[in-house]
Design a protein around this ligand. Structure first.
Ligand code: GLN
Length: 195
């Protein structure tokens, strides 16, 4: 049976993820409230603006609900802003203070840390588990400054920094895998969700 995968649809790149997941064989739905998480095998937390998503999620307590479902075995794929929401620690968290995030991924991230000249850039990444380089688009991407859990596996690096990681049922990338026509990371996540 096709795994059921949600896309957090508060803000950000939602339709592109839906398309990538559908073409990977998943049954896909948008998620805006906790009850919509109930029977999901996986959830994509898209790129966009982490502060806006955390604020929009607060009135219905969606972030703690996602964390509960993660603890129950739902897989989570955080991309860019979604990585910021999944990280255990955000080193420049001022704009997020007072707002729940998901957490659970043992990394330290810094928002917008690739610097103004490198606001947005593209790279071809060697990714563990993929047999040829993956094109990756970085847009005001967070930097993974540190890995704090031995359970975190670094799947890809750019410029000597991790840019794709996995810890158990959490997959995360600092780039936007939905913006290139190569959907192999979505396929990997669809397979992880089905396990
Ligand atoms: N493309 C993105 O998701 C950018 C992330 C954004 N800079 C943030 O802090 O949330």
């Amino acid at each position: 049976m096709a795994p059921k995968i949600g896309v957090l649809a508060l803000q950000g790149a939602v339709a592109e993820h839906e398309r990538a997941l559908r073409s990977s064989g998943a049954e896909v739905r948008k998620v805006r409230r906790p009850a919509e998480l109930d029977d999901l095998d996986g959830l994509v937390v898209p790129g966009g603006e982490s502060t806006a998503m955390a604020r929009l999620a607060a009135p219905v307590q969606l972030m703690p609900a996602i964390r509960r479902r993660l603890d129950e075995g739902m897989a989570v794929f955080g991309t860019c802003a979604g990585l910021i929401l999944a990280a255990d620690t955000v080193s420049d968290a001022e704009a997020l203070v007072g707002f729940d995030r998901i957490g659970g991924l043992g990394v330290v991230v810094r928002r917008n840390a690739y610097g103004s000249q490198l606001h947005s850039f593209e790279d071809d990444l060697e990714v563990t588990g993929l047999d040829s380089p993956l094109p990756a688009v970085f847009i005001r991407a967070p930097v993974i400054e540190d890995v704090t859990s031995p359970r975190v596996e670094v799947l890809a690096e750019a410029g000597g920094r991790p840019v794709a990681v996995r810890q158990g049922r959490i997959l995360a990338a600092s780039f936007h895998p939905e913006l290139t026509p190569d959907f192999r990371l979505h396929k990997l996540f669809t397979e992880l969700s089905a396990q």
